[in-house]
Every structure is written in C-alpha cells, then in structure tokens.
Design a protein around this ligand. Structure first.
Ligand code: ATP
Length: 311
C-alpha cells in the first residue's frame, strides 16, 4: 500500500455531486467518503441514482455539479495515475465472449500492466479454477459475474467499486463473495458497492448510505441499522378492552391494531415482557398471545425512505 492508504485521505469521496439529465435529477447533491478498510454500501431502490453516482466516480460520466475524488485527486482525464489503484465492476460485466476466462483476465492484466501471476490469484479468489479454460460466452450468469469480479480484483487494488456485486449469484455464491470482500476490507481495501437488498447490505457493509431519488437521505453504521429496526410487543387476550385499560393504568401506552391486537412499544415492555404477562394475569386478564415482533428490514427501508409501509 502507498502512504496515503494509512493516512486519513479517503479512497473515494463525493463532494456535493449532482448529475442531471434534463429534468431528471439522477444524483442530487451527494457528499460521502469511503476510507481504507471500510465497506460502504449505497443502498437504494431501482432508479435511486446508485449507478449514476458510481459511474461518475469512475470518470465514465461528467458531473453536472460538485466533484468526485479518488485518493484525494479530483477525477479527470489528467489524473491518470490513480486508476492502477482502483478495481471496478459496473452493471453487466463485459467480457470477450470468444476468449476463455484465463484469456479475458490476461487481456485485462496487460491493460493494467500487471504481471501474469496476478491472474492465478484472481482466479483462485473467485473460485474460477475449473472454468479457467471455458469461453466467456459459455459461462452461467453467476460465473460471468465472478469473472467480472476477478477482473476488478486483478492486482489487488486499494479501492474496489462494485455496482450490485451479488447480481446473478446463487446464495452460496453471495456468501462466498461476502466473505471475500470482508477479508479484503480487513486487509485494508476500501470497498464502495451498491445494492438494493437491505438484508444483504446489513450483513456485509460497515457503513450504509441510503440513497433515494438522487439524495443521500441518511448514513449509518451497521450497528445503527440494527438499532433502528422497530420492535413492538404484541398482546392478545379474551378481553382486549380490559387489557388495554390495565396496561394504561400501569403506565404503558397500548395501541390497538386494525386486526384487534394490542401493541406496546416502550423499552420496559420490550425488555421485560414477562412483567407484562404477570401484570395481566394478576389483573384477571391472562394473555393468550404475547410476543415481541421485529420489523423486517424491507419495511424499515420503506419507513426510512418515507414510502408507504404495507399493513
Ligand atoms: P438501478 O438499480 O435500477 O440501476 P440506480 O439506483 O442505479 O437504479 P440510476 O441508473 O443511477 O439508478 O438512475 C437514476 C435515474 O437517472 C433514473 O431515473 C434513470 O432513469 C435516470 N437516468 C440514468 N441515466 C440516464 C441517462 N443517460 N439519460 C436520462 N436519464 C438517465
């Protein structure tokens, strides 16, 4: 690693980045940074602006306003030296269909001016050994994605930029890539990826930026994400009116849902549901059902982006 990987200079930085297509604000003022050892996930629905932001960072699109930096250098045709430190995979991985996996990697290694032995490393990292002599056009979607990732990893770049890296992979493949990215991050690689799958991001990312309609609406650590998940205690008894009254008298704030369940969201009730059970039993209104429910991650995402949450 060169010196600035160990300093505070972020590997990637967006400074108030905007990209407009006519009236469409694909990216609308995003500022964020990704440092060595971080796995930063840009999380958003289809059309949120993730790919546009990533393509702009990689110099494939010119910003309408703001700027993007790689290792402290503003991305421009003049800043040619940083590219040897960046590996990327954007949208569908493009390969030469008539060339084998190994030949495709060889072409990329030559373009990046890397020694031939880097190919073996990338093939092994992506578990492509048994496909090395297969033509790219004969690969499954998942293995095409692996080849794309292998190309991104050639030469062990200090920054990896991956647009939807789990695309086309089966659950075992997703798991393998997750472990690989975690290992690379632990070794100091900065990783910026995009995804629309919150559950996957929650398992992989160290930091998460939720992007919606071109704006970064919130940033959080993986721990924050787990804390933001709403929980509630759901209670059913034979006499819900009396149960609600008993709970209110004891200082709780019960709500009744449209299907007649009582819910309580206070920390005390969530931590000690046994005390609620005892309270109701002692008051002659024993619970038939009492359970802590945790909001699923997809519902949390809809809530954070201000969208309608299905009942
Ligand atoms: P997806 O996961 O579907 O790829 P995304 O979050 O990557 O979504 P973008 O592809 O960045 O979203 O698109 C953001 C918005 O910008 C969308 O409304 C899209 O239609 C629009 N857009 C992207 N590229 C162009 C273009 N070249 N011309 C016009 N509009 C565009």
């Amino acid at each position: 690693m060169t010196s600035d990987a160990s300093t505070d200079t972020p590997a990637a930085r967006f400074r108030d980045l905007a990209k407009h297509y006519g009236d469409v604000r694909a990216v609308d003022g995003i500022s964020l940074e990704v440092k060595a050892g971080e796995i930063y996930a840009l999380l958003g629905l289809n059309g949120a602006g993730k790919t546009t932001a990533i393509r702009t960072l990689l110099g494939m699109i010119k910003p309408s306003a703001g700027s993007v930096e790689l290792f402290g250098q503003t991305v421009s045709p003049q800043a040619a030296t940083v590219w040897s430190r960046v590996g990327f995979l954007v949208e569908t991985p493009a390969s030469y269909p008539e060339l084998t996996v190994a030949e495709n990697l060889k072409v990329m290694a030559r373009l990046k001016r890397l020694p031939a032995n880097t190919i073996e490393t990338a093939i092994a990292q992506l578990g492509l050994q048994s496909y090395a002599r297969r033509r790219a056009r004969d690969l499954s979607l998942g293995n095409q994605q692996r080849l794309g990732l292998a190309k991104a990893l050639l030469g062990q770049p200090q920054l990896l930029v991956l647009d939807e890296p789990a695309n086309g992979l089966d659950p075992a493949g997703v798991n393998e890539i997750r472990q690989l990215l975690k290992t690379l991050a632990a070794q100091g690689t900065a990783i910026l990826l995009s995804s629309h799958i919150l559950a996957e991001v929650a398992r992989l990312a160290t930091r998460i930026g939720i992007i919606h309609r071109g704006k970064l609406i919130t940033e959080m650590t993986a721990e924050d994400l787990h804390e933001k998940v709403a929980r509630r205690l759901e209670i059913r008894t034979r006499d819900q009116d009396s149960a609600a009254w008993i709970l209110r008298q004891a200082g709780h704030q019960p709500h009744t849902t449209s299907d007649g369940a009582i819910t309580v969201e206070g920390a005390q009730a969530l931590e000690f549901p046994d005390q609620i059970a005892t309270l109701l039993v002692d008051a002659g209104c024993p619970p038939l059902h009492l359970a802590v429910h945790t909001e699923d991650l997809e519902t949390l995402f809809l809530r954070l982006t201000g969208q309608e949450v299905p009942a």
